[in-house]
Design a protein around this ligand. Structure first.
Ligand SMILES: [Zn+2]
Length: 787
């Protein structure tokens, strides 16, 4: 069964758990994206780095619910309202090909979609995922489609396609289950000691970066499938599929052997089935069907490994190594059964080297062997395969067909153990790993990776030059191996000046960091440039940065991105207002405002007395403060009084449901789900002469250039006459939305409500967004600004 949807978290872990563990069918989730476009609730990573986190979270979820995990090359570029918009940004032909490829490789009999193809009811990516699933269902079995794939795979026609219906949003579907297939996913598994719904909750809770911790539920619970395409089953989607060995030539005899093994299996002496398992292995090795032969041999080998209590592992002295490095290894091998086992050979497949042994693995006698490898100069760096090449907003660039669909890279180095067990030769493959003891967490594993010899990280992800003054730019050079000596320079267009042109450095130990400083002077005019740090060692140039993503709930990930950082020279006038900031769900705006010279205090813990509030000119609510900051239920009056006395209050976007208070504005104002998802959508200035569009920066249409991801979200839809709408914009084919920036005079001060996506644009270094944000801050009658 292949479950198809758009994002990490779309998948129904209850149904996946049930099918994989109760029905015992090979079950997989195909997510078109890695969730790069979402928000991160557990740390600062966004975009590609967030996609790496969500990928790992999905892989961890599948370890719990026993499913497999696949992806396409599509980028999660943010919210889209309509599948047509989604297909304009994704390369539809390529993403469809990726799903066809996975269908041909994984060979599902049943495809289940999370969403249906009716546009407009949910995220455009969701609807697109259902449209693509239906199209892929129609063509995966057609040898004239995606012919390039047929070098590696055969065409494959799944039997049926169903929609896993839901009623959790609008009720356009009556909850009429008469013609639907249903499964009781709340069923209790007495061998596992858990119900499938309880296991599903554990799996779901892997999605920590989305804040999707789930509480286990017990008792009968139904999931429903609505027939869409192909053969239709009556009660159970699987009833039309032969799940027995009968479908394979010579399978009947194998079925009898398996029944015999099951009936003689003694959990207290699992190795008792070993010789029968080897007999079975020979029979399965002789079947014609290559697909099932390989799949079942893998499962048999896994059982043999388990019943002999084997433990085979190779760990490296460090988790990174570079070209030419010699790496010390420890090989650990133990047999915990009465079987006769001899370790004969350990081979490093990717390196083409191996060691021959004749080590008896006696029952419960540990064998620890030392070894060494040298990392060849031809080995490629362990950057996640979808991030190796630059990519556009819609698609990752992956050129090797065989990598497409994979959750993550294959191990940098994989190790084959050749054993002789009771006279039979068998190979077990293990990844080379690194492990250490953490005083808090205990044994911590991480992948061994092949890394560049040196890294250069420019401080900050976007550097803002708010005026003509030069800034000190710090570059950290980190050694990926011992005894490095070289130079580092900063590549920038020649409109930018820097001092000195080049630094020399020397690092004796791997892991050591040297920091150098470049004094950079920006050009006079507004300009955006990409700065790139280039390290030169022995005439070889390296331009990689070092990013570690480390959390408790998945193995640590290392990224070797290019060392690029965006430098932005703004054409900006500003005052020196004092700003109090109330953080909501979390955003970087306070830091962005400090970068352009404001003093910003975070005042979430402050007592909101008149004296305390009046030390500020402006108070800003961070994104979703009205959804997340409980105290605002009681404290909005104090903030509105602050406005009345002459202060300026700016409220950024909040979602329309679950507000801590409805009384957050001086005059009636109602939020909606209105959003503008196309970041290039034209923005009209409704009141050209308004102070907000003129002081201190004169705003023009140019200030809406180069925005990222979207224009804005959750705009107010109704407001009273006291508010002046300043801007108007809309997605293609929709009505103009004018609620994105509203200003009202209240007493002596100003109240501003704005759903435009400042929290995305400022961190991305969008010049116009800074200029408008500064004007919002400067909105005042007493013009305290000093230039
Ligand atoms: Zn989704």
């Amino acid at each position: 069964m292949l479950y198809v949807a758009a994002h990490p978290d779309d998948e129904n872990t209850r149904l996946i758990t049930y099918l994989a563990n109760e029905k015992k069918v090979n079950t997989a989730y195909f997510s078109f994206t890695r969730g790069d476009g979402g928000q991160n609730l557990i740390g600062p990573e966004i975009m590609e780095e967030l996609g790496v986190i969500r990928t790992q979270e999905l892989l961890e979820a599948r370890k719990i619910d026993n499913g497999k995990q696949f992806f396409s090359r599509a980028v999660d570029f943010g919210y889209s309202k309509h599948p047509e918009e989604t297909f304009k940004i994704w390369d539809k032909d390529k993403v469809l090909g990726d799903l066809v490829w996975v269908i041909r490789k994984f060979r599902p009999d049943i495809i289940i979609t999370r969403f249906n193809t009716a546009p407009g009811t949910t995220h455009g990516h969701h609807t697109a995922s259902a449209i693509l699933a239906e199209e892929a269902f129609d063509i995966a079995g057609d040898a004239t489609k995606y012919r390039d794939q047929l070098i590696y795979v055969q065409p494959w026609q799944p039997k049926s396609l169903y929609w896993n219906t839901y009623w959790w949003r609008r009720s356009e579907h009556q909850k009429d289950t008469a013609n639907l297939i249903s499964y009781d996913i709340g069923k209790y598994n007495s061998l596992l000691g858990l119900s499938y719904s309880e296991i599903a909750a554990l799996s779901r809770s892997s999605h920590r970066s989305q804040g999707f911790g789930a509480t286990g539920s017990r008792g009968i619970q139904k999931e429903y499938l609505q027939y869409t395409k192909g053969q239709e089953a009556e009660k159970d989607a699987l009833e039309i599929i032969d799940l027995s060995w009968n479908k394979i030539e010579g399978g009947k005899e194998i079925d009898i052997d398996i029944d015999h093994i099951l009936s003689t299996f003694d959990p207290a002496n699992p190795v008792g089935i070993l010789n029968d398992m080897f007999k079975l292995r020979h029979k399965v090795g002789n079947i014609e069907d290559d697909f099932w032969k390989q799949a079942k041999l893998d499962e048999i080998d896994e059982i043999i490994y388990a019943v002999t209590g084997l433990f085979l592992e190779v760990s490296a002295e460090d988790y990174t190594a570079s070209h030419g490095d010699e790496v010390e290894l420890e090989i650990e091998a133990i047999n915990r059964s009465s079987a006769d086992i001899v370790l004969k050979k350990v081979t490093f497949k990717t390196l083409g080297v191996g060691m021959t042994y004749a080590v008896n693995l006696d029952n419960n006698r540990i064998q620890k062997l030392k070894s060494k490898i040298i990392i060849p100069k031809s080995a490629s760096y362990s950057q996640p395969y979808w991030l190796k090449n630059d990519h556009g907003i819609g698609m990752f660039e992956v050129n090797d067909q065989r990598l497409i669909g994979k959750g993550e890279n294959d191990p940098a180095i994989s190790v084959d153990f050749l054993l002789n067990i009771n006279g039979e030769e068998i190979v077990f493959s293990k990844p080379l790993i690194y492990k250490r003891n953490d005083p808090v967490l205990g044994e911590v594993y991480r992948p061994f990776v092949i890394a560049p010899p040196v890294y250069a990280n420019i401080s900050g992800s976007v550097v803002i030059f708010a005026n003509h003054a030069s800034q000190d730019i710090f570059v950290d050079i980190k050694a990926g191996k011992n005894d490095l000596k070289g130079t580092v320079k900063l590549n920038l267009p020649n409109t930018w000046k820097m001092e000195p042109a080049v630094h020399e450095f020397e690092l004796s130990q791997k892991g050591e960091v040297a920091t150098v400083v470049f004094k950079v002077t920006p050009p006079n005019l507004q300009e955006t440039a990409i700065a790139n740090a280039v390290v030169k060692i022995d005439e070889k140039e390296f331009s990689y940065s070092y990013t570690e993503i480390s959390y408790d709930h998945f193995p640590a990930q290392l990224l070797f991105n290019s060392s690029d950082v965006k430098f932005v020279k703004l054409d900006l006038e500003k005052g020196n207002e004092q700003i109090g900031y109330i953080l909501g769900a979390g955003d970087n705006i306070p830091e962005n405002l400090r970068q352009i010279g404001y003093e910003v205090d975070i005042i979430n813990e402050m007592v909101f007395t008149q004296k305390n509030l009046d030390q500020y000119d402006v108070i800003i609510l961070g994104i979703r403060a009205l959804n997340t900051v409980e105290r605002l239920k009681f404290d909005m009056d104090n903030l509105l009084d602050f406005v009345h006395r002459g202060g300026n209050l700016i409220i950024q976007y909040n979602t329309s449901h679950r507000l801590v208070t409805e009384d957050f504005a001086p005059y009636p104002l109602k939020l909606s789900r209105d959003r503008i998802t196309v970041e290039e959508a034209e923005v009209k200035i409704l009141i050209k002469g308004h102070q907000l569009m003129n002081y201190p920066n004169q705003i023009t249409s140019k200030d809406f250039d180069d925005w990222v991801q979207e224009r804005g979200l959750y705009f107010p839809s109704n407001w009273s006459d006291e508010y002046e709408p300043i801007l108007s914009s809309h997605d293609p084919g929709e009505e103009p939305l004018t609620g994105g920036l509203l200003v009202a005079k209240h007493g002596k001060g100003y109240f501003i409500y704005t759903g435009y996506s400042w929290f995305r644009e400022l961190p991305a270094g969008v010049p116009g967004a800074y200029r408008i944000f500064v004007n919002m801050i400067s909105m005042s009658d007493n013009a305290r600004q000093s230039k």
